[in-house]
Ligand binder design. Structure first.
Ligand code: FES
Length: 136
């Protein structure tokens, strides 16, 4: 599910114009992000951490479809937080409902790096989809 929430404030966002890297922990998977790659925007805000993760097979829960209406995409930005857009009041309101809130907490669907730094994201344990199904 993807879409946008017409009631949300728009954050001031600068999309990356140069390549940068996003590392997802604890899997320790590093994705090279290019400006062209941001055109493929499966879910969340364009250029968001959630969009980058989804486009590269990294699973982050996103119950509302990336429209800032839940807090299931809560992640920690362990490196590069300064290069990300400022959270809107709507994002902060949703984060207030997230478990384990920290200074580096962001909603992956709303957090958009500008590409000036490499980013390290930690996906909290409760957000990891650990379901493993065996074929029937
Ligand atoms: Fe619901 Fe990000 S997926 S707030």
């Amino acid at each position: 599910m993807a879409g946008f929430n017409p009631y949300l404030q728009k954050s001031s966002t600068t999309l990356s114009t140069t390549p940068y890297q996003v590392t997802f922990l604890p899997a320790n998977v590093t994705i090279k992000v290019t400006p062209e790659g941001l055109e493929h925007n499966p879910v969340g805000e364009k250029g968001s951490i959630l969009s980058i993760a989804e486009a590269n097979g990294i699973m982050i829960d996103h119950s509302c479809g990336g429209v800032c209406a839940c807090s299931t995409c809560h992640v920690f930005v362990k490196q590069g937080l300064d290069s990300c857009n400022t959270p809107t009041e709507d994002e902060e309101d949703m984060l207030d409902m997230a478990p384990g809130l920290r200074r580096d907490s962001r909603l992956a669907c709303q957090c958009i790096p500008d590409g000036s730094q490499d980013i390290v994201i930690e996906i909290p344990g409760w957000n990891r989809n650990l379901v493993s199904e065996t074929p029937h």
